[in-house]
Design a protein around this ligand. Structure first.
Ligand code: ATR
Length: 277
């Protein structure tokens, strides 16, 4: 680092577990860029000061993670359509003092899914389990990719209904109960779990009880990356389904952010390596 180093960071609470500094610094190194990336533990009360700090220090880019993704919106100057529609920001680009917010979670997910499974999303029918922030990002990106139909499946139906109303302007979207899902299974090309059910340490939990409808014609995708293979993925693979885990989403949301900051294609392979090491 020298006096010209272009600086980036991630803020969150907690933040010590973040793999982003390793992944991003490896990417900067790979492309020979005089750039660096740090992690800052920012409590909710300090968020406005932290964003003021981005302006004062002239950081080029910021990643924002839990619990700040929604609270940061009013502190920015401009929002990309992704950030507006999802209602959350995970990436900020500082363009000569103008802070613009993006959300790369959904598009990162789609890039990972396409890259790793070869799926062509246009015209497909998809079920999404969950109706929280992660589901919003996934639904937005799937809709932009031109899927034909999205079914939202959630423990709390009212929350799914609310999300359906929000996204009905950009895609054909409806709600299914967990009990209704098996009867629609044959029509699904992809099922995505966006809930934390099955995440370490509760690795024996599964968001679906009835898996008997799953066959080799569906891709089962889980946003969880710890463990790398969830119980849902393991049981689905046993029934012949192709499976897709959440680590790629982590890599590609970072790759998209990297591309917004640098204007260069992200070195995805070394970013994968940094994360899996
Ligand atoms: P995130 O931003 O990570 O998506 P969130 O907004 O808290 O987190 O949303 C969590 C989602 O996982 C919700 O859809 C939640 O279902 P409810 O709307 O019914 O609360 C779902 N979820 C979390 N734990 C769950 C569990 N044990 N069983 C079923 N669904 C669960």
């Amino acid at each position: 680092m020298n006096s010209k180093t272009v600086l980036h960071a991630v803020i969150g609470d907690p933040i010590a577990h973040s793999k982003s500094p390793l992944m991003m610094n490896r990417a900067f190194l790979e492309l020979g860029l005089n750039s660096a990336y740090a992690a800052f533990h920012v409590s909710p009360g300090q968020l406005p000061a932290a964003i003021a700090g981005v302006r004062a220090f002239g950081l080029r880019g910021l990643n924002v993670t839990i619990p700040h993704k929604e609270a940061v919106l009013p502190l920015l100057d401009e929002l990309d359509e992704s950030a507006r529609m999802i209602g959350a920001v995970n990436t900020i680009v500082n363009e000569n003092g103008v802070l613009r917010g993006y959300n790369t979670d959904g598009i990162g997910y789609v890039r990972s899914l396409e890259e790793e499974t070869g799926i062509e999303l246009s015209g497909k029918t998809v079920a999404v389990i969950g109706a929280g922030g992660a589901a919003r990002a996934i639904v937005y990106a799937l809709a932009k990719r031109g899927v034909a139909q999205i079914w939202l499946v959630n423990r709390t139906l009212a929350r799914a209904e609310e999300l359906t109303q929000h996204f009905s302007q950009i895609c054909s979207i409806g709600v299914l109960s967990l009990e209704q899902l098996p009867a629609h299974g044959h029509a699904l090309d992809l099922l995505v779990n966006t809930t934390s059910v099955g995440m370490s340490p509760d690795v024996e939990q599964c968001p679906l009880q009835d898996l008997n409808w799953i066959d080799e014609n569906i891709i089962i995708s889980d946003l969880i990356y710890n463990p790398r293979v969830t119980k849902l993925m393991r049981l689905a693979a046993e029934r012949g389904a192709k499976t897709h885990g959440g680590l790629g989403m982590l890599v590609y949301q970072g790759a998209c952010a990297f591309e917004y900051w640098t204007g260069m294609p992200a070195p995805v392979q070394v970013m994968w390596q940094a994360v899996t090491e």
